[in-house]
Design a protein around this ligand. Structure first.
Ligand SMILES: *[C@@H]1O[C@H](CO)[C@@H](O)[C@H](O)[C@H]1NC(C)=O
Ligand SMILES: *[C@@H]1O[C@H](CO)[C@@H](O)[C@H](O)[C@H]1NC(C)=O
Ligand SMILES: *[C@@H]1O[C@H](CO)[C@@H](O)[C@H](O)[C@H]1NC(C)=O
Length: 500
């Protein structure tokens, strides 16, 4: 109790000084050597670029900076640059001055990325909107296949050198695939053996150790295993994450490492593990290589999902008092949710039709034939069965209640979902994957009319008609139905009353 109060006092004193997380790490003697955030500056004096976006209409880029020194990102600058088109996050800048920027991850040992030339996807620039003390900002929404990396860094720990890592993440966005990581990885993007990584992992992954209950957990990815402690099996002290915004910490020094976590909106961090390295060959001493990854495993395993708001890597093993002050600073940043939908209301409980807006096709409506979603010319001359096939119930999103799902009016209990980025009308199979693939966030129409219907799980993908078939398409993506020509019109729909 007295130790707790003295730490709390120490943190309160520290936060009276205007400072960012990396100022606390510096004054604690373990400076940031990488500092990444699309939401805010991580040093009180930082005014440089936070991230770069590239837009679909002409491949032009712009850098987003804080509104003021040490402040929140200027999301309005992104919104105006990206108006009438789509944008992706192409660079997440390193604020530490060491040039450890994160860019689109190349193919690795385990997996070639799904994008052109085996690269991973870039994240949609507006896939993870939040507010920080009321100011809008965007996080990095990592869908499976998305990843960022830097294999030629400066100042990041190598060998058994000590380091600290923290990240602020969305505690409700995860899966069990490998690996939603942020931290230290192989410079070759290949698995070079135990102890060649030291990254913060978040999700349901199992492999050597896990936390208690059914997860999700903050774990450490030290290569060839996710770790919650020093031995195989369950570390009951590594509690499942239950917060919308979570602060996670993984840090390591010779022979020793730790996991901490806490609610990024209030309170302090708890230590979930602090002790020896895993008791398998290769982890003591460590053989860290010093590359940086975000959203993927060290060998580019790219099946995981999660959302990253901010994070750093330090030189040196940060003292607990420093991390206490950093957590207080994160809480003071005031992370909060904001609506995922925009444009004309597409209300839960309504029954709707969706009319195409491309000049070719303005008499065509989103319909289905069996499980295939398509567009069909529809009018009052159609039979009532045909009209029902072009009519949809708007229900609460199966995978996220902030968005919606579309239930077929003629096949109750079946919903529009994407699979292989094609749209189908299917009944749920009980999986989280189905629920998230059937969840859609209606937003203001990309071409300026009506709505675009964005995938919750892949926010760079929208309902699109292409050769009269329904897809979840991305602007300029790797498949033929991602073609940039007519993308804005093909992904914009007039949502009106149901036909039947
Ligand atoms: C953007 O760049 C990509 C890759 O070089 C290219 O395929 C595409 O045509 C470009 N798009 C535009 C609108 O210039
Ligand atoms: C695309 O949409 C815009 C805005 O609604 C419209 O003015 C234009 O005619 C459309 N073009 C095509 C080819 O559909
Ligand atoms: C409406 O009728 C036309 C003409 O028969 C047909 O081509 C179209 O597919 C029908 N629409 C639907 C939704 O079935």
């Amino acid at each position: 109790m007295s130790r707790f109060s003295s730490l709390l006092t120490l943190c309160l004193v520290a936060t009276l000084v205007a400072a960012g997380p990396c100022d606390f790490y510096s004054s604690g003697g373990t400076p940031c050597v990488a500092a990444h955030s699309t939401t805010r500056a991580l040093y009180s004096a930082y005014t440089g670029s936070l991230y770069q976006v590239v837009r679909g209409s002409d491949n032009a880029t712009t850098n987003v900076t804080p509104l003021s020194a040490g402040g929140v990102a200027n999301a309005a600058a992104q919104d105006s640059f990206c108006a009438g088109t789509t944008c992706l996050i192409s660079i997440i800048y390193d604020q530490s001055g060491r040039g450890n920027h994160l860019t689109q991850a190349p193919p690795g040992g385990a997996a070639a990325g799904p994008n052109v030339n085996g690269y991973d996807y870039l994240a949609a620039a507006d896939g993870a909107p939040v507010t920080l003390n009321g100011h809008k900002a965007y996080g990095v929404f990592v869908s499976p296949g998305t990843g960022y990396r830097n294999d030629a860094t400066s100042g990041i720990a190598t060998g058994d050198e000590p380091e600290g890592i923290y990240a602020v993440l969305d505690g409700t966005h995860y899966n069990g695939a490998c690996c939603f990581d942020y931290g230290n990885a192989e410079v070759s993007a290949h698995d070079t053996g135990n102890g060649h990584m030291e990254a913060l992992y978040f999700g349901l992954g199992t492999g050597y150790g896990t936390g208690s209950g059914s997860g999700p957990w903050i774990l450490a990815d030290m290569e060839n295993g996710l770790y919650a402690g020093s031995t195989a099996g369950v570390n009951d002290a590594d509690l499942p994450v239950t917060w919308r915004f979570v602060t996670g910490i993984v840090k390591g020094e010779p022979g020793n490492w730790a996991i901490k976590a806490g609610n990024a909106q209030s309170g302090a961090l708890s230590t979930y593990y602090s002790g020896p390295r895993p008791d398998l060959a290769g982890y003591n001493p460590m053989s860290k290589e010093g590359a940086i990854i975000l959203g993927i495993g060290g060998d580019n395993s790219d099946g995981a999902q999660g959302t990253f708001y901010e994070g750093v890597m330090t030189s040196g093993y940060p003292p607990d008092e420093t991390e206490c002050a950093v957590q207080a600073d994160i809480v003071a940043a005031g992370y909060a949710t904001t609506p995922l939908v925009s444009g004309p209301a597409v209300s839960v409980g309504s029954a709707v039709s969706l009319r195409a807006t491309t000049a070719c096709c303005t008499t065509r409506y989103l319909a289905h034939t069996g499980t295939e979603v398509n567009t069909q010319v529809t009018s009052t001359a159609n039979t009532s069965a045909e009209l029902l096939s072009a009519s949809w119930n708007v229900v609460t999103g199966l995978g996220n209640s902030a968005c919606v799902s579309f239930e077929s009016r003629d096949t109750p209990g079946s919903y529009i979902r994407h699979s292989g980025f094609e749209l189908y009308v299917n009944a749920p199979d009980g999986s989280t994957l189905f629920e998230t693939d059937a969840t859609w966030c209606p937003v203001a129409g990309i071409n300026g009319a009506g709505n675009s219907i964005r995938s919750w799980s892949y926010p760079s993908h929208y309902f699109r008609h292409y050769n009269a078939i329904g897809y979840a398409a991305s602007n300029g993506g790797p498949t033929v139905f991602d073609a940039p020509a007519l993308f804005n019109n093909d992904t914009t729909w007039i949502v009106g009353a149901a036909w039947a």
